[in-house]
Design a protein around this ligand. Structure first.
Ligand code: NDP
Length: 241
């Protein structure tokens, strides 16, 4: 028998965990033995995860999702707010709907999730909140006024949560990926992809697994004194911003 203590499985929620970056994050938590709930709108959660239908723009659906997850896994101890969308166009062409749909999903959705998750975390007197932002939130990006604003907003949100809830051993951090191979970036032309790669010091796109390993670290025993941080996973594109 080994004397190495086996960590207790935690109740983990990953939004948008059916594909792309969210799926890799959910699979990484599953691989280390945690109890993982994945919210999706369209289904297709990884095997072993609790699949919960939830549109993060709907406050009632968020409440119902938490009730379902808490009944199955107990209070959420690790929240990864990953669900996100883009609706890219130049400022002068950006409609009210392009703006509000992106803000409501990426920023207000994360607020709804963090607020609801913090209830259980306060009772537990521990918790980890990770908001998935983007390098674009710090650098800006032509054609992404809505998206960049939503992703920059997550930084202020996480830092405020870190200050509000730090005394209860709850951390709140931001992960800011650069360009990662997923459905979201598959829509870019080869020319756009080559231009992006030429600006990345590591000269390539990142993988979903490279984002997932950073999230795992931030929520694990190696990052107990890290809060209010923005961790880039961008091949150097943002140079630490
Ligand atoms: P994908 O487009 O591959 O997946 C998006 C995910 O978000 C899907 O699981 C989708 O669920 C979910 N989602 C979208 N809208 C909602 C909603 N209203 N309610 C619930 N779930 C929703 O994206 P990526 O994996 O590429 O991106 C994941 C996150 O990482 C996003 O926040 C994105 O902004 C961020 N990011 C991505 C980068 C990249 O290069 N790919 C770079 C930097 C940041 P469903 O399938 O059910 O619609």
């Amino acid at each position: 028998m080994s004397d190495v203590p086996v960590p207790e499985p935690r109740s983990v929620l990953v939004t948008g965990g059916n594909r792309g970056i969210g799926r890799a994050i959910a699979e990484a938590f599953l691989a280390q033995g945690d109890k993982v709930a994945v919210t999706t709108r369209s289904g297709g959660a990884p095997e072993g995860a609790l699949e919960v239908r939830c549109d993060v723009t709907d406050p009632e659906a968020v409440e119902a999702a938490f009730a379902q997850i808490e009944a199955a896994h107990g209070p959420v101890e690790v929240l990864v707010a990953n669900a996100g969308i883009t609706a890219d166009t130049l400022l002068l062409r950006m409609s009210e709907d392009d703006w509000s749909s992106v803000l409501d999903t990426n920023l207000t959705g994360s607020f709804r999730l963090a607020k609801r998750a913090s209830k259980g975390m306060l009772r537990l007197r521990r918790g980890r909140i990770v908001l998935i932002s983007s390098v674009v939130g710090m650098l800006g990006s032509a054609g992404q006024v809505n998206y960049a604003a939503s992703k920059a907003g997550l930084v202020g949100m996480a830092r405020s949560i870190a200050r509000e809830l730090g005394s209860r051993s709850i951390t709140a951090n931001v992960v800011a990926p650069g360009f990662i191979e997923t459905d979201m970036t598959a829509v870019l032309s080869d020319e756009q992809k080559d231009t992006i790669k030429s600006q990345v010091p590591l000269q390539r796109y990142g993988t979903c697994e490279e984002v997932a390993s950073t999230v795992l670290w931030l929520t694990g025993p190696g990052a107990t004194y890290v809060t209010g941080a923005v961790i880039p996973v961008d091949g150097g594109l943002g140079m630490g911003h």
